[in-house]
Design a binder for this molecule. Structure first.
Ligand code: BT5
Length: 324
């Protein structure tokens, strides 16, 4: 049914004029009764479809809810989002994607939720994911990459989000290595990449992406002091479905480059949009804190930092806790 609904919405979006039930039945390879049922179901879910007796149907607008039909209608990707599962509320989309990964779900499966009850950040931290505000989603990937190379998938996703925000809304989004997207130092997007491995082999990777979209300043709890959203930065009430589609399309291109041509193929653009380079930073890496000048991102995605005593360190895992 969901596929028929998606085909029907695609047909109505493409049409320059009203389409009758028989037209739709022919285009969608269904019978007129099924078309009626699909239209009713879409109307119930918030699609605005106008019916003029004797003329047919016309699509006026997609719903603001995030649902699989509207995303499938908007998405122009090869394999990312071929399977999309949408939920009203979950603990964490990464948990759902992990369970799907273990039960054999296909490469590129996307899990989206309107709300996460236990959204996760890195190192046991939490991610604030209220209903109606953001894009909380996870992408299941089955890459043919080693575990160290898989860590560059996080960088590719940060690049996809940052560039989409710049292109779609003119927001000055930058990457805070390795995987925060910030605007003037305020976090607009966080990424949590987790992998399931058997020995050295990567079984699958789950890239969890949280983007604050419609949040106002009052939507953030007081303990989150340095957050922002698409709405705060651009004043635009963005459609979450459209933004998700653009991010997934861009992510697919970056991911394909990574798999086919290696990290070097995305490195120059990543460097161009990374905020910490050329600045004094403090980095927490495991139990250590390192201070120095952030010099470069090397060919494996690691951050090169020159410390006070002139030694250049290569940081593979860590987070920037201060930038000057
Ligand atoms: C992250 O962790 O930034 C990774 C966040 C990943 C979230 C996505 S949503 C979809 C998928 N499902 C999940 O359960 N997770 C992923 P980290 O670098 O550890 O940052 C966490 C810190 O960011 C918190 O301790 C807060 O200070 C802050 N924070 C929490 N929620 C925020 C929000 N909505 N916007 C900005 N900052 C936030």
């Amino acid at each position: 049914m969901a596929d028929l609904e998606a085909d029907l919405v695609i047909a109505l979006r493409r049409a320059m004029h009203y389409l009758t039930r028989d037209d739709l039945a022919r285009i969608c390879n269904a019978d007129p009764v099924q078309i009626c049922e699909a239209v009713s179901s879409l109307l119930e879910r918030g699609y605005r479809i106008e019916e003029i007796p004797g003329e047919g149907y016309r699509l006026i607008d997609l719903p603001e809810i995030i649902d699989d039909v509207s995303i499938k209608t908007l998405l122009r990707a090869e394999f990312i989002g071929r399977e999309i599962l949408t939920f009203r509320s979950v603990t964490s989309t990464n948990d759902v994607a992990f369970a799907l990964g273990r039960s054999g779900a296909i490469n590129g499966t996307v899990v989206v939720a309107d709300e996460q009850k236990r959204g996760r950040g890195r190192l046991g931290r939490s991610w604030h994911s209220p209903a109606g505000c953001g894009l909380w989603f996870s992408i299941l990937l089955r890459p043919d990459l080693s575990l160290p190379d898989s860590s560059t998938i996080s960088l590719a996703s940060a690049l996809a989000v940052a560039e989409t925000l710049v292109e779609e809304f003119g927001i000055r989004a930058e990457i805070k290595w390795p995987n925060d997207v910030v605007v003037n130092g305020r976090k607009i997007c966080g990424i949590l990449t987790e992998a399931e491995c058997v020995g050295e082999r990567v079984e699958f990777v789950v890239v969890g992406i949280g983007i604050n979209v419609l949040n106002t300043k009052d939507d953030f709890p007081p303990e989150i002091t340095s957050a922002t959203s698409v709405m705060i930065e651009s004043g635009v009430r963005a459609s979450r479905g459209r933004l998700l589609s653009r991010v997934l399309e861009k992510f697919e291109r970056e991911y394909m480059r990574l798999c086919n041509d290696g990290f070097s193929s995305i490195r120059p653009r990543l460097i161009g949009i990374t905020t910490v380079l050329g600045k004094m930073v403090r980095i927490r890496s495991g139990s250590k804190e390192i201070e120095g000048m952030a010099l470069d991102i090397d060919h494996s995605g690691s951050l090169l930092v020159r410390t006070e005593n002139g030694v250049t360190l290569r940081i593979t895992v860590g987070e920037v806790v201060r930038v000057e």
